[in-house]
Design a protein around this ligand. Structure first.
Ligand code: SF4
Length: 197
């Protein structure tokens, strides 16, 4: 439930002032998230990396450029989706956020989801998938299938950073994205263009 006075700007301001978990001491700046609101599609990654920490924006490094191409393949871009991460501060050495850190930051993400009000959420990688679907959800097992978060549909898929390390998995992610497009009523043509990413 969104408070009557809540807003993404307020979330961002509170994130900027937050020191509730240990990650606060490693950040250059916070990375709250960005994009359209409301938006029918929201994507949730793990946490800021070096470049995101430097710029204060999510998914601006190599993985972010791949994410942009993935979105373009389903006729979406940053002007019509919302992009956020589980944790808003960069973990040192880009390590995976601990469960404790993820849970500590989760109230910000919950408010963002309520404010963006997406029909479909795509969780990118294991951390976001575990947070939204439950602690024992394994990305390799649950990706490619629809799940629910309240009334919202959730499609877990691999994180773009993983695809940079193992591009062969793009084929599976493209299948997931095609399901997302179909759910949102996005016509992709005959598919001959494939992903191009
Ligand atoms: S990661 Fe989240 S909970 Fe931890 S300090 Fe940053 S904003 Fe606060």
């Amino acid at each position: 439930m969104v408070g009557a006075m809540d807003s993404l700007e307020l979330v961002a301001r509170e994130v900027a002032a937050c020191s509730a978990c240990a990650l606060a001491s490693y950040r250059t700046q916070t990375v709250p998230g960005e994009g359209a609101a409301p938006a029918s599609l929201m994507l949730i990654g793990e946490g800021p990396g070096r470049q995101e920490d430097a710029e204060g924006r999510p998914f601006v490094g190599a993985a972010g450029q791949l994410l942009d191409r993935m979105l373009a393949a389903i006729h979406r871009d940053r002007t019509n989706v919302y992009i956020a991460n589980v944790v808003k501060c960069r973990p040192p050495d880009n390590r995976t956020p601990s469960e404790e850190e993820a849970l500590c930051c989760a109230p910000f993400l919950s408010r963002q989801i309520a404010l963006v009000d997406p029909d479909v959420i795509v969780t990118l990688g294991a951390t976001a998938t575990r947070l939204l679907l439950g602690g024992d959800a394994r990305i390799t097992r649950v990706r490619g299938q629809w799940h629910t978060l309240g009334e919202r549909a959730v499609m877990p898929t691999f994180h773009p950073a993983f695809l940079l390390r193992d591009p062969r998995q793009k084929r599976l992610v493209w299948e997931d994205l095609q399901q997302v497009a179909a759910r949102l009523g996005i016509a992709l043509g005959d598919g001959s263009a494939d992903r191009g990413w």
